[in-house]
Design a protein around this ligand. Structure first.
Ligand code: UD1
Length: 358
């Protein structure tokens, strides 16, 4: 069994780490080659994650870096092709919905190599979102679709994908969270940053629809106003940092910090009073942890977090940030009942499926 894992961005590492672990354990004599595309490259966006997650050093670093969608995707394809030609894997495993995922799926399928897609079947039905295009392409060409959410089955059937290719295995991102729980619960990151557990709003924002235009200025102004009522802790993604130049307000209570490693981030998340985000993964992590989540987007590809979780869709409307304290008070506590198979064992199920059919 020769498996090649393609990862490139922060959330990719989190989703793939347990799968690499489970398959290496199941097939110790197999070849498990890791390709890091280099889509994310700063230490705080990449290396620290691999270290904390115990992912072995990548076998290949493609160093594609930043660029337009076409540049980033094309560079990845061009640099991945010779690796696949040399490695001749039986399977290329690609997680998520980023440009590295798209490039991996296209390169492998063109070479006749089967693709496995982790986190398959999510749809926002918003084609202006780059990730939606990436998801559709990866799912169309993958032979093995690993699902973690009930609506994924309906979405994929609508696109004519046969049931035989779908495997409901659960959420590998939650596997990682479960595996790290003792460590992040002991990390005490909020206290280290001077924030009192339970008191603050944790903020992460990086989607182009929000941060690449005038909405970012309005959002920062709303956060500065909210910070007068409750402390706001905002680890700033490099894309957002670049777009925020000249916008940083001097607002006591609004703490803009560097991107955090995963243990520190999960510690802050678990101790937050609430979370404001436009990330996909954080909607899931807060649902699992029972932390109120407010999503500053017009839609979500993860509706299960609205129906069975702690997520509230605010719309793509910075003015809605002012409503967060009231919404938090109204909703009260959530019963903790995460979606089925978000239980820390998804990667083992992936290994079972591959073992049975591979
Ligand atoms: C990418 C994914 C997005 C995912 C996010 C997770 C696509 C289309 N987007 O968005 O789906 O939610 O990763 O974080 O694949 N930069 C740095 N250092 C880095 C990485 C990026 O400074 O290590 C800066 C660069 O200015 C770059 C910008 O961030 O141009 C955007 O990076 P990019 O990887 O293109 O997209 P993300 O916004 O990170």
């Amino acid at each position: 069994m020769r498996i090649l894992y393609v990862v490139g961005t922060r959330p990719n590492f989190v989703k793939t780490a347990p799968v690499i672990g489970a398959l290496r354990e199941r097939h110790p004599d197999g070849r498990h080659a890791i390709v890091h595309t280099g889509q994310h490259y700063d230490r705080l966006m990449s290396e620290i994650f691999l270290e904390e997650l115990g992912v072995p050093a990548p076998d290949y670093m493609l160093e594609v870096g930043s660029g337009s969608h076409a540049t980033q995707t094309a560079r990845t394809m061009e640099r991945l092709e010779p690796v696949l030609a040399d490695e001749k894997p039986d399977l290329v495993m690609a997680p998520g919905d980023v440009n590295s995922t798209l490039a991996a799926a296209l390169t492998a399928v063109k070479m006749g190599i089967p693709v496995a897609h982790i986190e398959s079947g999510l749809r926002s039905f918003d084609m202006t979102m780059p990730e939606e295009v990436n998801r559709i392409v990866a799912d169309r060409f993958a032979e093995w679709l690993f699902l973690h959410s009930p609506e994924a089955v309906t979405n994929l059937r609508h696109e004519g994908i046969p049931d035989e290719r779908m495997h409901m295995v659960g959420n590998t991102m939650i596997d990682t969270l479960v595996a790290l729980e003792d460590r992040f619960r002991a990390a005490g990151t909020a206290a280290r940053l001077g924030a009192e557990p339970g008191s603050y709003l944790l903020v992460t924002l990086h989607r182009p629809a929000l941060v690449d235009g005038p909405l970012l200025g309005e959002t920062v102004a709303q956060l500065a106003a909210l910070a007068q009522q409750m402390p706001v802790v905002f680890p700033v993604h490099p894309r957002t940092r670049k777009m925020m130049e000249g916008l940083e307000p001097d607002a006591p209570g609004l703490h803009l910090v560097e991107p955090l490693g995963y243990l520190d981030f999960l510690s802050l998340l678990a101790d937050a009073g609430g979370v404001l985000t436009d990330s996909g993964g954080i909607q899931e992590e807060t649902t699992y942890l029972g932390i109120p989540c407010f999503t500053l987007r017009a839609n979500t590809e993860r509706p299960v977090t609205l129906t069975s979780g702690t997520n509230t869709l605010l719309g793509l409307d910075p003015a809605s940030i002012a409503r967060i304290p009231v919404l938090m008070a109204e909703r009260g506590d959530w019963p903790l009942d995460p979606p089925p198979l978000w239980d820390g064992r998804a990667a083992q199920r992936i290994a079972d499926v591959i073992g049975a059919q591979g």
